[in-house]
Unconditional design. Sequence first.
Length: 415
Amino acid sequence: MSSRLETNRRRFLKYLAASPVFAGAANAYAVGGGLSPTDASPFSFEEGDLRIWDEELRNTAIKSPAEALDLFDLELAARRAQAPAHWGFMATGTDSNATLKANRADFQKVGLVPRRMKGPIAVDTALKTTLFGEQYDSPIFTCPAGPPTMFDKNGNEALSKATYATNNMQMLSIFGLENAAKATGGRIPWAQWYSQPDNEVNFKAFKKAEDVGAKVLVLTIDIIGLRKVETFERLRRSDGRKCIECHDTPLGGNPGTSAILAMKHDYDWDYIRRVKDNTKMKVVLKGIMAPEDGALAVKHGVDGVFVSNHGGRSEDFGVSTISMLPEVVKAVNGKATVFLDGGIRRGVDVCKALAMGANAVGIGRPWFWGLGSFGEAGVRRVYELLRTETMFGLHQAGAATVKDLSSISIRRIKA
Ligand SMILES: Cc1cc2nc3c(=O)[nH]c(=O)nc-3n(C[C@H](O)[C@H](O)[C@H](O)COP(=O)(O)O)c2cc1C
């Protein structure tokens, strides 16, 4: 065993011994054993820095949102507050988590080449972003994911309130639109939908979204078959509580399986044409990875191409969203708005994605971290931190506003 591995192993054992989760401290959950350092890594804190291993640092987890210096401080605080099974459902990717990890790791493989002498910078307007005619305070938006109530009993309202209080955009399941509008004094998220086999059901849902006032339909197309969520399964096994303590019915197997089985599995471009014919909303396809599909989406009149692999939760092939972005942007050729998510954890990630051609970027797990640590205030802090980091990043790159990022070049960093 290498000395580094040995050190990590020792740290891990020390961590286990001290962990409230394992030691049964007041707010902790009893667990079974069977974890090894390698098993642990997929559900460790994403950045894998010393904060997880060092007991002293771990015990200084922040007590208020204002103390968070970056999103990982919120991740740590949320991890301490949440039960293993719920945490595992949020954190898991698919199989080995290769895609989940690649989404993050590949951001580190590109750098921006800063320009100097670029004249004045904007501050108040630096991040203003217009998407399908509506202006938001940043190009960062809240991805559809759930359930937020897993981390906070008022999670649905808290998430919408925090997103719109900071004037950002939210994508949300059609089922939640009305409540979001109530919580936010009338702001209507973009309407996300998992298509069903019966088109009548789909078209009725689109009509409902339109009646609520939604202007944009987001069709998630990247969950075609079932998936194996090992990280979730491991953490659930380590959770001493019974599912019935949180859920109406005891949960068996992989949650979401019955919903996935009930979904549409025979997507084709003819379906997209029919969707376009049956809604007045703009149509965004969430889950495009191949440039060929980006080009076909444009050919079939799609308004938005969303480069996403469901945060590494659909396939485990290890192709990251940021690595595919340039090819998809080229294929779309300016004929649709391009969105990206997967692994956005810092403002510089936002800068990189925009410099590489995205118009806006989504966050999934980071808002869970905010919600799971400090509720609505935690999500607001996520947005605050990302906004600040993005603005500092783009100014330092030589861009006055987000729009100017497209003229900043990138370099691939060799591993
Ligand atoms: C717990 C969880 C649940 C999710 N549920 C949905 C969903 O219902 N619909 C959907 O389109 N995407 C869903 N996603 C994917 C997110 O919308 C988004 O694509 C992904 O989280 C972005 O990657 P990130 O977590 O690295 O930011 C979910 C993601 C997570 C983590």
